[in-house]
Structure formats: structure tokens, C-alpha cells
Design a protein around this ligand. Structure first.
Ligand code: X2X
Length: 333
């Protein structure tokens, strides 16, 4: 090499490496489980739209729904984001809980009696502690959305007491906590992905499932023989807008602010929208001839009692302090 060539090469290196502003990707992948027909997909759509508008097209995100970036296995979404295979996601606390133990908080049976209780946790100190847990594991959490209170459906009978669940095969998601809840109730839980759930309900491989009524409605779960719905509201899964921390670091501070504010606005919009639609969704489900069962306070208490063992086993895994903080937030809401 001539000396001058060497100098030129050196200058180029200096120009492009640490000193230059990182080039943004042409497109950032956003993973979701449910697509645009569901509130969950709409939350992601809104985020993408707000970011595109506010960045004047500089930041482009593309949604990949049905967990397709992880071949349908929604419990792998978090790991894929952490390793940078997925840039961003709007994910359920349930699906990320195998990697982030704190997220099991929301799955504790009957912890949150109403929407105000969810908000008291997510918007308070407990929510911050949960976000720290996510951050510690390589994903930067930006905002909360909502999948919703999960209600129980089955093809066999009306359920209003734990004994009714005895021996029923119930499809559950994600965390082993669900295995424990349904085992405590005397049911026979089977863990499977959303992609496998509807086929399993169709063939009768399982008798029941649990999901928010928006999901029951849009996915037409009634058409696969799920004639009975119990509104027990035993848990709700918030959604988290998150970005792989490796990717997050590549954005300028201004764009980090933009991405975060857009996620907050999209989450707020989606929570309000999905909550406001609950009444009409329920009416539609009833019109289809589904038996909808609401629990009396005594019936509710029997379910609470039957699932107490889940708290004993899972509180140490989630964190004693966090569970207490959440319970206090709910009590003082
Ligand atoms: O799989 C489910 O039940 C769903 C769609 O609700 C979640 O991803 C948590």
C-alpha cells in the first residue's frame, strides 16, 4: 500500500464508525400475536401509524402478526426480541412471562377485580418495577396496552363453581402458572399456542379455553362449539410495547422520545377503545345464543379460595415485595 492510500482508508474508517450517526433500518419488524381485526392488532397499527406521521416517514415499522416471526410460538417472542431477531413487539404479559418472572404478577388469579385495579398496578410503582424486570432482560418497555379480562368458555356445560371444571380439558397459554391455576381447580390444563388452539377446540381435543371476550368474538370461538361462557374475570393480560434494547440504542434520543410517546398514545387509545367496546361485544355474543354466566359474590369467593395455592407457590418467584405493592395499589385504587 502506498502511504496515501492507507491514510485515506483510515480517514474513511474514522468517518463511518463510532462518530457517524447510526443509519436507521429501512424497516423495523413489529411482532404481535393477534392481527388488526382485534384490539391488540389495532394497538400495533396505531403505534406504527403515529411513528410514521411524527417522524415524517423516517422510521418505518412493519407488523408481522400471528407470531409468524417465531413460527407461531408466542412464548419465544421475548427471546427473539432480546437477541435482536425481532426489533419490536406489542406483546402480552402472559407470553413474555416465561422469560420475565415479574410478568406473572398479572396472572395471579383474582388479583385485579376491575379495570381501575389494572391501571393502579400498571400506572403505579408496581408497574415501574415490572418494567425494570423487562429492561433487565434486554428489552426496553415503552408503554402499556390491553388484551383484556380473560373469561372461560367450554363446550360441555355452564360453569359457576370450581367443581364444574373437574376433568375438563382446558387449553392454556404461556406460563406454567396457568397449569397450576387450572390444576388447583380440578381441570385438566393443556398448554398450546394460539395457532393450535382453534383447531384443538374444533376437533374436541380440548373442551375449553380462556380469552378476553373481544378475542372470543372476533375469532368466532362460538363456531367451534364453545357454547358456554363464564365471566369470572380471573385475570387480565396487559400488553407491553417494547423494543429490543440493541435496536433501541441505535435511535437518537429525540427519536427514542418519539417512539415512546407514540407507544403511550397508542396504548391509551387502544385501552379506551377496547374497554368501550365490551358492552356491545357481550351483547353480540349473547345474540349468538351463547350461555353467559356471571358469578354471585359467593360463587366468586369459592373460585378465589380454590386458587389460593397459586399465590403460595408463585409469590416468591414473582417477588414478595412486588406482589405486596400490587395488592396495596389495588386496595387503594
Ligand atoms: O394465546 C392467547 O390466548 C392470546 C392470543 O390471548 C395470547 O397471546 C395471550
Amino acid at each position: 500500500f502506498k502511504r496515501r492510500t492507507l491514510m485515506a482508508a483510515l480517514a474513511t474508517c474514522l468517518l463511518i464508525s463510532p462518530f457517524a450517526q447510526a443509519e436507521y433500518k429501512k424497516e423495523y419488524t413489529v411482532s404481535t400475536v393477534l392481527p388488526s381485526a382485534f384490539p391488540w392488532g389495532q394497538a400495533a397499527d396505531k403505534w406504527v401509524e403515529l411513528v410514521r406521521e411524527r417522524s415524517e416517514g423516517r422510521i418505518n415499522m412493519k407488523i408481522y402478526s400471528n407470531s409468524q416471526l417465531v413460527s407461531g410460538d408466542q412464548t419465544k417472542e421475548f427471546s427473539a426480541m432480546r437477541s435482536g431477531l425481532i426489533d419490536m413487539a406489542v406483546g402480552s404479559t402472559i407470553n413474555w412471562s416465561p422469560q420475565v418472572p415479574e410478568l406473572n404478577l398479572f396472572s395471579l388469579p383474582f388479583l385485579m377485580p376491575d379495570h381501575a385495579a389494572i391501571d393502579a398496578i400498571t400506572e403505579g410503582e408496581a408497574g415501574k418495577a415490572v418494567f425494570k424486570g423487562i429492561e433487565k432482560r434486554g428489552v426496553t418497555p415503552l408503554a402499556w396496552g390491553e388484551n383484556g379480562f380473560r373469561q372461560l368458555s367450554n363446550s360441555k356445560k355452564k360453569i359457576d363453581k370450581p367443581a364444574d371444571l373437574k376433568g375438563l380439558k382446558i387449553r392454556v397459554v404461556g406460563s406454567p402458572l396457568f397449569q397450576d391455576t387450572f390444576t388447583a381447580l380440578g381441570a385438566n390444563p393443556t398448554q398450546m399456542s394460539w395457532a393450535d388452539a382453534k383447531p384443538a377446540l374444533t376437533t374436541g381435543a380440548v373442551d375449553g379455553q380462556e380469552n378476553p371476550i373481544s378475542v372470543f368474538d372476533v375469532a368466532r370461538i362460538d363456531q367451534v362449539g364453545q357454547a358456554h361462557l363464564t365471566r369470572w374475570g380471573y385475570m387480565a393480560d396487559p400488553l407491553v410495547f417494547g423494543v429490543s434494547t440493541r435496536v433501541w440504542r441505535q435511535f437518537s434520543p429525540e427519536d427514542q422520545k418519539l417512539l415512546k410517546q407514540a407507544a403511550i398514545d397508542a396504548g391509551k387509545w387502544e385501552k379506551e377503545k377496547s374497554r368501550s367496546e365490551l358492552k356491545s361485544t357481550l351483547a353480540r355474543i349473547k345474540e349468538r345464543g351463547i350461555t353467559v354466566t356471571d358469578l354471585t359474590p359467593e360463587q366468586h369467593a369459592a373460585f378465589v379460595k380454590a386458587t389460593e395455592s397459586v399465590y403460595k407457590k408463585w409469590t416468591p418467584r414473582i417477588g414478595e415485595a412486588l406482589v405486596k405493592q400490587a395488592q396495596e395499589a389495588v386496595a387503594n385504587r
